[in-house]
Ligand binder design. Structure first.
Ligand SMILES: [Zn+2]
Ligand SMILES: [Zn+2]
Length: 305
């Protein structure tokens, strides 16, 4: 098919049987020290028969931490790639995986905290690099400056403690600059440990800092978003290029212009998405990805200026 003239087709259907054969009965390495295998490994096993191992003593913290000792080098994808490549070199597996999270204000609603997770798969035998992604506002990501145990307990009550862990820092923290390891107590998951940590911090600093522990094993909310990103990765692994059969035939662009249901003028809503193969470059436009062929006039700048 001519790449300059993308054909228009209805939604593509994945072909799991064919994708399965690429990954079945293989062993891959998952670069984690935070028990992410608990959510990622069963999904990969059930879907593809792909077994994941975790390298003993792998130090993913060397690539950046949420607990402020090590600043992450590069962006989220670069960090995930560096971890994956190191674990693959250590173990000589041809499949490597890692996940990487980030937290911050939601791009569209800045007052809402949000969690973006990516799950990366590198397969050197098939020359593949695929990325699953999930963005969720179901996160307890939060912090506070405290001057008393009461402050700390009030904070804890709001962020899902003790199921979700906490971090206490014996210092006034104002930005994301690294903090010396001896000033941090992390992985706090009991009332007794919280009391002890806050007393320890306030004995050496007038103000202390408390925040949610975002490491996956201390944060069940984050584990759920990692599972969501893994399912997105699985969908991409199952989506094969119609031309060359390579997995990862995925949406690379959304085009606006869904016509208004009343006046037919284009609106900012998505009219079509472009799927593209990263191996052969074949691309295909898929119309009306959200199901409706017209937009509600609420979104029309002519009908509803
Ligand atoms: Zn292709
Ligand atoms: Zn209109």
């Amino acid at each position: 098919m001519n790449q300059a003239n993308p054909s228009i087709s209805p939604m593509l259907h994945p072909e799991p049987v064919a994708a399965q054969s690429l990954f079945q009965n293989r062993i891959g390495v998952l670069a984690t020290m935070h028990r992410k295998e608990q959510v990622i490994a069963p999904l990969m096993q059930q879907t593809f028969g792909l077994e994941l191992t975790v390298p003993a003593g792998f130090n993913s913290d060397a690539f950046g931490t949420f607990t402020r000792e090590v600043k992450r080098a590069g962006d989220q994808l670069q960090a995930a790639r560096a971890k994956t490549q190191q674990a693959m070199q250590l173990t000589h597996h041809t499949i490597g995986m890692a996940s990487e999270g980030s937290f911050g204000p939601h791009p569209a609603f800045p007052y809402l905290p949000c969690n973006r997770e990516i799950v990366l798969l590198i397969d050197t035998a098939n020359e593949l690099e695929l990325v699953g992604e999930a963005v969720s506002t179901h996160t307890n990501y939060s912090h506070r400056t405290i001057t008393s145990l009461t402050d700390a307990q009030a904070f804890a009550a709001k962020v899902g403690f003790p199921e979700h862990g906490l971090i206490v820092i014996a210092d006034h923290v104002t930005d994301s600059r690294p903090v010396a390891a001896e000033k941090i107590i992390k992985g706090i998951t009991s009332e007794a440990a919280l009391v002890e940590a806050v007393q320890w911090a306030l004995a050496q600093s007038e103000v202390a800092h408390i925040e949610t522990d975002m490491r996956a094993l201390y944060n069940p909310s984050r584990m759920k978003v990692i599972a969501q990103a893994t399912r997105d990765l699985i969908a991409k692994m199952n989506s094969l290029c119609p031309q060359c059969g390579t997995p990862g035939f995925a949406v690379v662009e959304r085009r606006s212009g869904l016509p208004c249901g009343l006046c037919q003028l284009p609106t900012p809503l998505t009219r079509s998405v472009i799927y593209q193969c990263q191996k052969c470059g074949f691309h295909q436009e898929s119309l009306f990805p959200d199901g409706a062929e017209t937009a509600d006039p609420t979104y029309c700048s002519y009908c509803n200026p």
